[in-house]
Write a protein of this length. Structure first.
Length: 484
């Protein structure tokens, strides 16, 4: 579809106000389209959002979300809507052991004022880490060296079998591969395709210090997106809240979509479905018959959810001076000191968020059991927790947190072009080459926005370039994100 209309005469309905929908909508509004962003909830952010938790009377994130320097499209979206200055960056992570509380910092090193060249920048701290034995370190060095070679993107090998082939020790597997890498991908080792694991290791530890720095919001997640709603409204576009889209129909004569919500109809020239895979399946089942629709439905069927749980605890005193930590050898995986990361909260005492990824057994616990377990384990890392008084607590279970990336999953990740005319797909699960992350969502939004522009006869670029690997890593062929 292409005619002589100016972009401001084109109407686009973007369904879903998560990171994918917001980044598509803002890019299109910038290009001059009149966008209606339609969200079923009363706030933006989707799986990365915050809300007033009635039990603790505090605005909390549904879960701590971190980004990394390599997340160029998410950063581009944040920059576009003025959210970037609300991100606090941290160059390292610290592992902490239960019982002794012994700490092992990981991250880039410098010689004097000069940073070491990639991939050596992270090596000194890894080699000095007390959390690993000599044998663990040798095994990790061996695996990192293997990642200097290209991984065939179509390999069917999973991470568990590759680790076996690389002779990884139990310490390296449990404390690095399971806790850091599999937890970032939120899946079991044998359910992770090797190229996705390689991508995470390279971006976080090998490509450059900039790619591996970790960012955390200093405000609740939905507040980060206030700028997105303002950005849209300031450009003649709009956000429609509390509007669950029930169906979408194409009028071939008017060449127009009509989107049905409980409260009425929205007409649009273009449609972007920026939904999680299960919501996409529900909606496309009610769309007009189209060639390729059955293939899309079959692709969606292959996706699987993985859960993440978080326990939020408020104490009458400081438990630790650390901003965040990787908790070794227990069910809890990550600690975020939200009171410190978000000083505007003026928390009396402290507010910690504890995360359990790949948490099928933790998700089965009752609220009371989850809090008790979190308190017991926390005291093993930070003894002050056993002396402190717990003021209040909240448990958030996200059973549909992320989709898995097992071998072969790329064949089940569709591109932006859908089987229907003027209808495009976005969402973290679509073909971005990234695992289930905000970056994948942001990237998919930019890809879909470019596809809409192309269909309207405009050439616009929204996809942000990847960060270039530095040093020796420039010589490694890493494969790029898919875009179809
Ligand atoms: C607990 C947890 C922890 C995570 N941690 C991280 C992390 O640290 N770093 C990271 O990068 N990623 C993390 N993720 C993953 C990240 O949140 C997602 O990959 C990303 O937010 C997905 O964005 P999306 O826009 O593709 O989908 P969603 O966020 O799911 O957005 C889809 C939107 O569509 C709306 N919707 C659904 N159906 C309809 C309908 N019929 N009509 C209208 N609207 C509808 C939904 O309400 C939602 O707002 C985490 C996820 C969870 C749940």
């Amino acid at each position: 579809m292409s005619d002589s209309r100016h972009s401001s005469e084109w109407r686009v309905a973007v369904i879903g106000g998560g990171v994918a929908g917001m980044s598509a909508a803002c890019a299109l509004a910038e290009a001059g389209f009149r966008v209606q962003l339609v969200e079923r909830r009363g706030y933006l952010g989707g799986r990365a959002s915050s809300y007033l938790h009635p039990g603790v009377n505090e605005v909390i994130d549904n879960c701590q979300h971190v980004l990394f320097g390599c997340c160029t499209n998410l950063i581009g979206f944040y920059r576009r809507v003025g959210a970037l200055e609300r991100i606090h960056w941290s160059s390292g992570m610290t592992m902490i052991e239960p019982g002794t509380g012994r700490r092992s910092p990981l991250g880039p090193s410098k010689i004097g004022p000069v940073g070491l060249t990639a991939p050596l920048h992270a090596l000194p701290k890894l080699l000095a880490a007390k959390a690993f034995t000599r044998a663990d370190k040798l095994a990790l060095a061996r695996a990192f060296r293997a990642l200097l070679r290209p991984i065939p993107p179509d390999t069917t090998e999973d991470l568990a079998s590759w680790l076996k082939r690389q002779g990884q020790t139990t310490g390296a597997i449990e404390r690095f591969w399971r806790l850091v890498i599999a937890s970032a991908l939120n899946a079991d080792l044998d359910s992770i395709a090797l190229p996705y694991a390689a991508k995470v290791v390279r971006e976080l530890f090998m490509n450059s210090a900039e790619a591996g720095r970790m960012g955390m919001s200093t405000v609740p997640l939905s507040e980060l997106y206030a700028g997105a709603a303002e950005f849209l409204c300031g450009r003649g576009s709009d956000v429609i809240f509390n509007a669950n889209v029930e169906s979408a129909n194409w009028d071939g004569v008017k060449e127009q979509w009509s989107v049905t919500t409980r409260d009425g109809m929205i007409a649009a020239d273009f449609l972007v479905l920026a939904l999680p895979f299960e919501a996409t399946a529900k909606l496309v089942a009610k769309m007009p018959p189209a060639e390729g629709a059955a293939k899309l439905a079959a692709q969606i069927e292959r996706h699987e959810h993985w859960p993440i749980c978080s326990v939020h605890l408020w104490f009458d005193r400081e438990i630790t001076d650390m901003e965040h930590a990787i908790l070794l050898d227990r069910e809890l995986h990550w600690m975020y000191n939200k009171g410190r990361l978000q000083p505007w909260r003026k928390t009396r005492g402290s507010y910690l968020e504890l995360l359990v990824s790949v948490s099928r057994s933790f998700a089965a616990l009752t609220r009371e059991q989850a809090i008790e377990k979190a308190l017991d384990e926390l005291a093993e890392f930070f003894p002050e927790a056993s002396r402190a008084k717990l003021i209040k607590a909240a448990v958030v279970k996200e059973v549909r947190a992320t989709f898995g990336v097992p071998p072969g999953i790329d064949a089940a990740r569709p591109g932006a072009v859908s089987p229907w005319p003027n209808c495009f797909l976005a969402g973290d699960w679509t073909a971005t080459g990234w695992p289930s992350t905000m970056e994948s969502a942001g990237r998919s939004g930019h890809i879909a926005a470019e596809a809409v522009c192309k269909s309207a006869g405009m050439r616009r670029k929204f996809l942000e370039p990847d960060l270039k690997p530095r040093g020796l890593m420039r010589l490694v062929r890493q494969g790029t994100g898919n875009r179809k």
